[in-house]
Design a protein around this ligand. Structure first.
Ligand code: SF4
Ligand code: SF4
Length: 373
């Protein structure tokens, strides 16, 4: 199910379903900090209609659906409310244009410009059947992984090219459906124009977003872990944070565990993993709309990771990794690809470096540039 990619069941579809089938058992409330904050069961929320602030506080993580005996989708209801609020001009989404991936300048592009991150020495946007799509968080904030992963893939496919585009999911998450669809059209025609037949992704958000969008165009979307051969052996104990978009199908979850175990890592599981994984706080762009709630989610996850006694908390979505790394917790936080590629990147200071762009003498000027009309 692609909640934010256009198949959310409509503003009435999921809400009506909840009104008809929710037994008010409270299982979802027990799992969700937002529902605990609201203090009502979904039956009551759906009956009165979700508030706009509630919709923009939901991580769209679908943990509620995973624990619900009726498989009800609050994420679908809240996502539809976002679309409605944006379409009616009831939510100031334009205030958040600094994260729109389709703008000429946004925070990711500014970060790459200021910290001199580019890939002009690699085969960027070249015609060919196979392309690597690392995702904008990875190629912005983890250039070492991006390059090492590309080199690894190039050994398997010598003519592979690199695509530094966003998958477009943030637009859908923000309720900008038309803008998202237009961006999806752009990505589709770009890939068709380049002759791409196999697209290798490193981010679960990109994988699930693009797989649905690109299947009709005959482009096969794969994960980078699917054909992973050799890697750097390791013996540390590792606990793996599963990402929300992978919750239902578990493709990344199985592949990452398989590769790490093959290389000798000792796996210990957190209580909430796989279908019941917790959100890292970045889902639904909530770290922009409700930073306090995002912070509480990070702390909840790190506490659970700490209880496992594992030496490493590994994620396979860089947004999750960056969130966990910015709070000091005593557990080493790494991307799964760091372990496989023998890197030891410390992501602790990335968020501060991003924030630094908007402070000091240049800060105001940078802000004006990313917010320019
Ligand atoms: S999608 Fe996630 S944040 Fe939203 S209501 Fe469900 S469990 Fe809570
Ligand atoms: S778990 Fe499902 S049935 Fe139970 S309160 Fe939540 S939405 Fe309703």
């Amino acid at each position: 199910m692609n909640i934010v990619g256009g198949n959310s069941g409509g503003v009435f579809g999921n809400r009506k379903n909840i009104m008809e089938k929710c037994s008010a058992c409270g299982l979802c409330v027990d799992s969700c900090l937002l529902l605990q904050e609201i203090g009502e069961v979904p039956l009551d929320i759906a009956t009165r209609g979700p508030a706009i602030e509630e919709a923009f506080s939901c991580n769209l993580c679908e943990l509620c659906t995973a624990v619900c005996p009726e498989d009800l989708s609050l994420a679908g209801m809240f996502a539809a409310k976002r679309v409605e609020a944006v379409a009616n001009g009831e939510f100031p989404i334009y205030d958040y244009r600094y994260i729109y991936p389709d703008r000429e300048l946004n925070v990711c592009k500014l970060y790459r410009e200021k910290y001199h991150i580019d890939y002009n020495d690699l085969p960027l946007d070249k015609k060919g059947a196979v392309a690597f799509f690392p995702g904008c968080t990875m190629f912005t904030y983890a250039p070492a992984i991006t390059r090492a992963a590309f080199n690894h893939l190039q050994e398997l496919w010598p003519y592979i090219s690199l695509l530094t585009d966003c998958c477009g999911k943030p637009l859908y998450q923000m309720g900008l459906r038309e803008r998202g669809e237009s961006y999806t059209g752009y990505i589709k025609s770009k890939l068709i124009g380049l002759g791409v037949k196999v697209l290798i992704t490193a981010c679960p958000n990109c994988f699930y977003q693009l797989r649905a969008d690109l299947a009709p165009a005959g482009v096969e979307v794969r994960t980078i872990y699917e054909s992973w051969g050799e890697g750097k052996p390791g013996t540390s104990s590792v606990t793996i944070h599963d990402s929300c978009p992978d919750r239902h199908e578990g493709i990344f979850a199985r592949q990452v565990r398989g590769v790490l175990e093959r290389l000798g890592y000792q796996r210990v599981e957190m209580e909430h993993h796989g279908t019941t994984t917790f959100c890292c706080g970045s889902g639904g762009q909530v770290s922009h709309f409700r930073p306090d709630l995002a912070e509480a989610l990070i702390v909840r996850r790190l506490e659970e990771a700490g209880k496992t006694g594992a030496g490493i908390l590994a994620g396979y979505c860089l947004s999750c990794v960056l969130n966990f790394a910015r709070i000091s917790s005593g557990i080493k936080v790494r991307h799964a690809l760091d372990l496989l590629l023998g890197l030891d990147e410390d992501y602790n200071g990335i968020k501060e470096r991003a924030r630094a762009l908007f402070s000091g003498p240049e800060g105001e000027e940078n802000w004006q540039r990313v917010m320019a009309e």
